[in-house]
Ligand binder design. Structure first.
Ligand code: ZN
Length: 174
C-alpha cells in the first residue's frame, strides 16, 4: 500500500444502489476482500447488501439522513481492520446537488495489532457469540467493550452491532 492519504469513494443513487466508484476502489477491494468487493461485483446493488447487522444498517441510514437534512457532509470515524492491522478510517457522507450520495472512505492511520485476530460473522444468537461493534471494532466481553487483540483468543464468531458509545455519538448529533 502506498503511503499518504488513501481515499476510496463510491456514489449511490436515491435507491441506495452503488452506481460509481473512484479509480482507487478496485485496488483497495483486492487488497482487502479479494475480488468480491470490486466494482464489477457490486455495481447496481444496494449498499445495504454489504453492511452486516441490523444496528449497523440503522447507524448508516442515520448518518445519511443527517447529511440529507443538514445539507452538509457528515463525518464519522470507524475501523476497518485486517487480521494484523487496526485501521482507523473516516467516512464522509454528502448529498450532492445531482441527488447522488457521495461516500468517501479515508484511511487515516494504521497500527499493528498485538497479535492477529480473525472474525467470522454469525447471526445465531442462541450460540454464545460475543457482540462486535461495526464502528469501533471492539468486542463485548464480561459487559465491557474491549479491543479484540487484548483477549486471549484470536478467533471469534461475532454478532455485529453498535456499541453504546458509537450509538450515542451518532444519535445525539440528531
Ligand atoms: Zn463502538
Amino acid at each position: 500500500m502506498e503511503s499518504g492519504c488513501e481515499i476510496n469513494t463510491c456514489w449511490l443513487d436515491h435507491e441506495m444502489k452503488i452506481i460509481r466508484v473512484s479509480s482507487t476502489w478496485d485496488n483497495f477491494a483486492q487488497e482487502n476482500d479479494g475480488l468480491s468487493s470490486c466494482f464489477d461485483k457490486i455495481k447496481n446493488r444496494s449498499i445495504y447488501d454489504f453492511i452486516t447487522g441490523y444496528e449497523t444498517k440503522m447507524w448508516f441510514e442515520t448518518v445519511l439522513k443527517l447529511a440529507e437534512l443538514k445539507k452538509e457532509t457528515i463525518s464519522r470515524n470507524y475501523r476497518c481492520d485486517s487480521p494484523n492491522l487496526r485501521r482507523n478510517m473516516l467516512m464522509n457522507a454528502t448529498y450532492e446537488s445531482s441527488g447522488e450520495i457521495c461516500i468517501e472512505h479515508i484511511l487515516l492511520s494504521t497500527e499493528l495489532r498485538k497479535k492477529p485476530v480473525f472474525f467470522k460473522s454469525t447471526n445465531s444468537p442462541g450460540k454464545k457469540a460475543p457482540l462486535r461493534c461495526s464502528i469501533c471494532g471492539k468486542i463485548k466481553v464480561d459487559k465491557q467493550w474491549v479491543e479484540a487483540d487484548s483477549h486471549e483468543s484470536s478467533q471469534f464468531n461475532v454478532i455485529y452491532t453498535i456499541c453504546n458509545g458509537c450509538y450515542g455519538k451518532t444519535f445525539t448529533a440528531l
